[in-house]
Design a protein around this ligand. Structure first.
Ligand SMILES: Nc1ccn([C@@H]2O[C@H](COP(=O)(O)OP(=O)(O)O)[C@@H](O)[C@H]2O)c(=O)n1
Ligand SMILES: [Ca+2]
Length: 496
């Protein structure tokens, strides 16, 4: 018994200091572990959203993903996948609506593979149609309804959470493009100066920007107000229906062919270009149908002259600069406040200027015009030789499209040689395409809060450090206080 006692007395593990220290260390480890595990950032899981952009020329399907735990807070939604639907836009199926629905199947099957199966049912699916369907709806609303019915039926067959197919207003198209650009740049969350958005489609074009000190009451139909992350924005936005590049080309051709059948020498096409074109196809759009001449049956010869300056004169004729009932206008009597800040120009602005190698923001407007003039003057057979990979139909139109872009920006929107350098031609921002689809989804899923979210006051690492240091300090204080209250505590090997 006494030997046992001796052993106990000699065994340092049985001293009060050791016992308290061991318990203390266990307590600290437990406290820190619980605190860290409880608050550690959870393993990333993603949520998904799908938006179909049913444009006038084609449809594209976008899948967005964002961290599941953070959708209102710090996580940013990003483009995960894009699928280009084969064939033309859904408005081209006016006479065969079922085919409009069928055309979407391939990309929708792809979407099924891209989104994890267990997320299918909670993944919202939207289809937004733009100017092609706006025009079809104006021209033949029952045909447009049938296209929507077919599209709806096709989309509902998939396991996603279908949220509807509809035509966006021009205002929505402009405003959501602006939201996308500024969201992806993190400008909204940080309350920074915003970037204006310039979107050029085939059938309409949008301009949207924040102009300080502008009186929105001057033209309320052009104003959209947002409260995002605690900041108020008064956005000016306008969508010009028929001013997408494909419809303007029709208007320009209609203008040149108004005297009836024959041959036109078009300065917007390359010298040596010659195609036999159909009047009935040219006038098959509400943007030009009222200009159709009486004798416009059959065909006309469309030949090129390749002259940038003359092409600008032709393009200018599609704008009306005569009447403005506001303090200032862009064109066609539409109010526009003074241009302000940087602009992002995307969609066809980018495709055309990228092809023409004119996206360099440091290139002065004068040089852009000079390069374009040289390009337009290049004979058609040389152009074809230089770009064997580009389909002839697209290749033929870049001189016209480039000239239209420059004329729209300068004569239309009033960009000057100086302010032209504020325009950036962009396709993507941080891997997501610039366009209205992301902004549309963010809005419909309420992913941008009106007020700035409360963020934790400390980052996780700081939080762990403070917890650990506090626990250690408390422990040392506890030991010191024991020694102070109970001096015998220092003379350790006394145990009964
Ligand atoms: N690679 C590409 C893709 C589209 N585009 C053009 O970009 C425009 C896209 O317009 P869209 O189909 O979105 O039409 P909207 O409904 O926006 O007016 C069309 O004029 C297309 O021809 C292009 O020039 N190059
Ligand atoms: Ca578009």
């Amino acid at each position: 018994m006494s030997a046992q006692r001796e052993m106990k007395e000699k065994n340092p593990w049985h001293t009060p200091v050791t016992i308290i220290t061991v318990i203390g260390v266990i307590a600290i480890v437990a406290l820190v572990t619980v605190a860290v595990l409880q608050n550690r950032p959870v393993l990333q899981k993603y949520k998904y959203g799908i938006v179909l952009d049913a444009g006038s020329s084609h449809t594209a399907l976008y899948i967005y993903e964002w961290p599941a735990e953070k959708d209102n807070n710090t996580g940013r939604a990003e483009q995960k996948y894009v699928c280009k639907v084969k064939g033309k836009g859904i408005s081209s199926y006016a006479n065969t609506p079922v085919k409009a629905g069928e055309s979407l199947n391939e990309c929708m099957q792809e979407a099924k593979m891209q989104v994890p199966t267990k997320r299918h049912h909670e993944t919202p699916l939207y289809l937004g149609a733009t100017a092609g369907m706006r025009l079809l709806n104006m021209e033949n609303s029952s045909a447009s309804d049938k296209v929507f019915q077919a599209v709806e039926k096709a989309l509902q067959r998939f396991p996603f959470s279908y949220q509807g197919a509809r035509i966006l207003s021009g205002q929505e198209e402009g405003a959501f493009g602006w939201v996308t650009v500024n969201y992806l740049d993190d400008r909204l969350k940080q309350g920074l100066e915003t970037t204006g958005a310039l979107d050029l489609g085939g059938a309409s074009t949008q301009i949207s920007f924040v102009s300080k000190n502008y009186d929105i009451s001057e033209s309320p139909s052009n104003s959209v107000t947002f409260r995002l992350y605690g900041n108020d924005y008064n956005l000016y936005t306008h969508s010009f229906l028929c001013y997408g590049k494909d419809q303007v080309l029709r208007m320009a051709l209609a203008h040149q062919t108004k005297s009836g059948p024959g041959t036109i020498l078009d300065p917007c096409f390359h010298p040596g270009y010659l195609e036999l074109k159909d009047y009935s196809l040219l006038y098959d759009s509400p943007c030009v149908s009222d200009r159709k001449p009486q004798n416009a049956t059959g065909t006309f010869n469309h030949s090129g002259a390749g002259n940038f300056k003359q092409c600008q004169e032709v393009v200018k004729k599609v704008f009306n600069f005569t009447s403005c009932k506001y303090s200032r206008c862009s064109f066609n009597g539409v109010f526009q406040p003074p241009l302000q800040g940087p602009f992002g120009a995307f969609s066809a602005y980018y495709y055309v200027m990228d092809f023409l190698k004119l996206t360099d923001a440091t290139m002065p407007l004068k040089d852009v015009k000079e390069k374009l003039a040289n390009y337009c003057a290049t004979p058609w057979n040389e152009i074809v030789k230089q770009h064997p990979e580009v389909p002839i139909k697209y290749l033929a139109e870049y001189c016209f499209s480039g000239t239209y872009i420059i004329t729209l920006l300068t004569d239309g929107y009033n960009f000057t040689s100086e302010s032209y350098s504020n325009i950036n031609f962009i396709k993507k921002i941080k891997n997501s395409d610039a366009g209205w689809t992301l902004g549309y989804m963010l809005n419909l899923t309420n992913m941008i809060p009106a007020e700035a979210p409360d963020s934790p006051p400390l980052p996780h690492a700081g939080y762990v450090t403070i917890i650990t240091i506090s626990a250690l300090i408390l422990f040392v204080l506890f030991i010191l206080s024991l020694r102070f209250i109970c001096p015998s505590f220092q003379k350790t090997p006394h145990i009964v």
